[in-house]
Design a protein around this ligand. Structure first.
Ligand code: NDP
Length: 443
């Protein structure tokens, strides 16, 4: 049987500078230790040593010309982590913090997440240290075209299907798709998150935020409650945060905060989402502008919203945005559930603290899987050259999220850790991928 400690040391030695990747591996190994206790025969050396090593890592130069006519250079990444259960699938992140560690952590998480959706998708992730903030549409387009001029040779509808993530929304996907089509002379479902006029799926824009709330609702219902009249504290004001806010409000909750990388707003009357959408989706402005229209709300610069009392916390911005002190504050204020819209937003010590204090904790690889699940549905529609209705896709999304919750709950229970959905998510995600890897031999 694999000694996970020894394997972790090997991973550390191979990836000495990749703090985020090591954090993600350590979290999964914590759950795999549970398999080691209950079903050691299911931990297979041959699988585990391959699981922590990406199948392929591509790093490339992305030169582009800015509006002043000056040459700029960024770095592009695509990590094709695991294709045991389907073509690589996972988003592209454009953010100045992007490096190989962040892309590997995201790709590793994606393997388990995609497995949990039950759809045939392997795991991958990519991106660049390019910052779309403050750039003109022309600059973003030239960057995307240059990025795709290298990426196109590594991807394909049956090989690797990227999508959006931080800094990559409808505008960027459009430019990337246009360039792929131009180079390959092929109109194919090579990216998801496309516009509705050229092969996109209804609900994809809303899917991660809605899916997060469907998962959370299933979890709350399992405990005999729901969103009605709950106070929700939410971080971020991007794609995931906006649609998580919308669905939580539709389900009867009062969402009182949103944030961006500069600070957070607190509106005790409940967030007016139309104002947020106008600032963020139309003008690409800053969240602090909200208080100009809503003087009853406050804006706090340089802080996160976790000290605001709430029943439910939904971190929807970025990794490691909710630390131990934040968890202590949330528990002190009586939080009932922390459900992740972002990837790995809660630090390991904070997760342990929440679990010790009986807070329901939903790990992102399960609770934010709605985005990639809907991407899987977009791939199906592209493959059959059809478009399904909003109601149809939304129902499928909800069914998938409820089924992911049930899998996490039942697996955690089966392995002796009831209510520890993170254990259930990692084990269930792992078992399916491991079986497929074993069946395919030494590849
Ligand atoms: P967006 O780019 O649309 O929004 C990101 C949000 O996070 C913005 O409000 C941004 O603020 C904020 N943010 C960025 N960096 C920081 C920081 N250092 N501190 C605080 N806030 C920050 O991205 P998404 O909404 O798509 O993604 C959010 C999270 O959800 C990410 O972790 C992503 O990996 C995850 N996710 C996304 C999916 C999707 O379908 N889009 C699917 C599954 C997970 P600012 O404007 O100041 O940068």
């Amino acid at each position: 049987m694999t000694d996970l400690k020894v394997l972790y040391e090997t991973v550390k030695k191979r990836n000495p500078n990749d703090a985020e990747f090591l954090q993600a591996v350590e979290e999964v190994f914590e759950s795999l230790n549970v398999i080691a206790d209950v079903h050691p025969e299911k931990l297979d050396d041959d699988v585990l040593y391959r699981l922590v090593e990406p199948e392929r890592q591509i790093i490339f130069r992305v030169p582009w010309i800015d509006d002043q006519g000056k040459m700029q250079v960024n770095r592009g990444f695509r990590v094709q982590f695991n294709s045991a259960i389907g073509p690589y699938k996972g988003g592209l992140r454009f953010h100045p913090s992007v490096n190989i560690s962040i892309i590997k952590f995201l790709g590793f998480e994606q393997v388990f997440k995609n497995s949990l959706t039950t759809l045939p998708m392997g795991g991958g992730k990519g991106g660049s240290d390019f910052d779309p903030k403050g750039k003109s549409d022309g600059e973003v387009m030239r960057f995307c075209q240059s990025f795709m001029t290298e990426l196109y040779r590594h991807i394909g509808a049956n090989t690797d299907v990227p999508a959006g993530d931080i800094g990559v929304g409808a505008r960027e996907i459009g430019y990337l798709f246009g360039q792929y089509k131009r180079i390959q002379n092929e109109f194919t479902g090579v990216l998801t998150g496309k516009g509705l006029s050229y092969g996109g799926s209804l609900v994809r824009t809303e899917a991660t935020g809605y899916g997060l709330c469907y998962f959370t609702e299933a979890m709350l219902k399992d405990k005999g409650t729901d969103f009605t009249d709950k106070t929700v504290v939410l971080s971020g004001s991007g794609n995931v945060a906006i649609y998580a806010c919308q669905k939580a409000q539709q389900l009867g909750a009062k969402v009182v905060t949103m944030s961006d990388s500069n600070g957070f707003i607190y509106d005790p009357n409940g967030i007016d989402l139309d104002t947020v959408k106008e600032i963020k989706e139309v003008r690409r402005g800053r969240i602090k502008e909200y208080v100009e229209k809503h003087p009853e709300a406050t804006y706090t610069e340089g802080a996160r919203p976790w000290a605001i009392p709430c029943d439910i916390a939904l971190p929807c911005a970025i990794q490691n945005e909710l630390g131990l002190d934040d968890a202590k504050e949330l528990v002190k204020n009586g939080v009932m559930a922390v459900c992740e819209g972002a990837n790995m937003p809660t630090t390991p010590d904070a997760i342990h603290y929440l679990l010790e204090n009986k807070v329901l904790y939903a790990p992102g690889k399960a609770s934010n899987a709605g985005g990639v699940a809907c991407s899987g549905l977009e791939m199906s529609q592209n493959a059959e050259h059809l478009s399904w209705t909003f109601e149809d896709v939304d129902k499928k999304l909800k069914d998938i999220m409820v089924s992911i919750f049930n899998t996490c709950r039942d697996t955690a229970k089966e392995y002796g850790h009831p209510d520890q959905y993170v254990v259930g998510a990692n084990i269930a995600g792992y078992l399916k991928v491991a079986e497929a890897m074993k069946a395919q031999g030494c590849v």
